[in-house]
Design a protein around this ligand. Structure first.
Ligand code: DAH
Length: 356
């Protein structure tokens, strides 16, 4: 709005009080901060009504200036104060309205959020299966609820074997013909694979197994194994020794020493147990808490597949031979991560798990 530069003092004073009344009445009815800010700009801004009016000051006489100047400054001052007060009042009102509108979910986790990580068992299992897959083993799986044929009979485990005792195995009674068990080992996957696939076979079968064990630092009724099976023409104990040595060195470092001890399993002949030189004391500490001074740590069971097992799966043992192994993921993980108590894996104490 432009004003006639030749306005008289009277005209200016009238205009000034018009501006005062008009702005004050708009201030009264103003309901929100956005309108308030626009109003403030239109009144006191660089091109606002009052600023424009004050441009006429220069055309007044000194006397008139003395009269009009302080008056207009006082108005400017009082309007500024009024705008500030109104802004505070409206801001508070708007904040409260927004808070009432927003639904805050107090059950949400507080910021900063914890970032998820892999479980140490998953880390350990992945390291093992990564090495095995580089050795040519492909992933295989079987059911956790297994029938007695796959868990025992076809593996050459006779009816009177202690593994079949109610003390060791979770049996699931089934009123229809057959009993089922929670699989006590992953070896049943050997049978399932050989039943549907003919050699060459090279599989790894990771997964959960169940035993009726009392819980202590090294036993838990559910734990994980990785089964390995290699069947082809002319597979021998020498292949087993080579592959498991490569595997253990992949896991524990190129200098790891591996020892094969003769043992017994119904489904392999000959059978071996595989030990690794203690990575903590290297056999030098008679009081080592990890290997208890023996210098070695038992890692897994293995052997040359028993001819009966091949026969049970329709594979001719005169043509084919194989090796198999089964290892406990927890046992290897505890050894490589130096975890003293198997319960640490399952109690889900974040303070313990997040260290790995
Ligand atoms: N199934 C055995 C167990 O749970 C481990 C095992 C030993 C698996 C020898 C094998 C093997 O495949 O050849 O104790």
């Amino acid at each position: 709005m432009l004003y006639n530069i030749y306005m008289t003092l009277n005209e200016l004073q009238t205009k000034l009080s018009e501006i005062e009344t008009s702005i004050n009445s708009k201030l009264q009815t103003c309901q929100d901060t956005k309108t308030l800010q626009d109003l403030q700009i239109s009144a006191l801004g660089r091109k606002g009504a009052l600023t424009e009016l004050l441009k006429n000051l220069k055309d007044l006489s000194l006397e008139e200036k003395k009269l009009f100047g302080p008056k207009s400054n006082a108005l400017k001052q009082s309007l500024t104060t009024a705008f500030e007060a109104k802004l505070a009042e409206l801001s508070l009102k708007e904040i409260n309205e927004n808070l009432n509108k927003t639904k805050i979910d107090l059950t949400l986790p507080a910021f900063p959020f914890n970032q998820g990580k892999r479980h140490p068992l998953a880390i350990a299992q992945k390291r093992m299966t990564d090495i095995l897959s580089r050795l040519g083993f492909v992933w295989a799986e079987g059911p956790l609820i297994e029938d007695e044929l796959h868990n025992f009979d076809a593996l050459n485990i006779p009816k009177n074997h202690p593994a079949r005792d109610m003390q060791d195995t979770f049996f699931i009674k089934n009123t229809a013909r057959k009993d089922f068990v929670l699989r006590t080992h992953t070896s049943g996957v050997q049978i399932r694979t050989m039943q549907k696939q003919k050699p060459p076979i090279r599989i790894m079968a990771p997964g959960r197994v169940f035993r009726k064990d009392a819980i202590d630092a090294t036993h838990y009724p559910v734990f994980n194994q990785i089964e390995g099976l290699y069947v082809d023409k002319n597979v021998s104990l020498a292949d087993l020794k080579r592959d498991l040595t490569v595997f253990m060195r992949g896991l524990f470092g190129q200098k790891a020493e591996v020892r094969f001890r003769s043992s017994f399993f119904p489904f392999t002949e000959p059978s071996v147990e595989v030990d690794v030189k203690c990575v903590f004391c290297e056999g030098k500490d008679a009081n080592c808490p990890v290997c208890r001074g023996s210098g070695w740590k038992e890692m897994l069971g293995a052997g040359v597949v028993h001819p009966n097992v091949l026969k049970n799966c329709g594979i001719d043992p005169e043509v084919y031979s194989g090796y198999a192994f089964g290892m406990g993921v927890e046992r290897l993980a505890m050894f490589s991560l130096n975890i003293k108590d198997i319960r640490a894996f399952y109690e889900n104490d974040i303070r313990i798990l997040e260290q790995f």
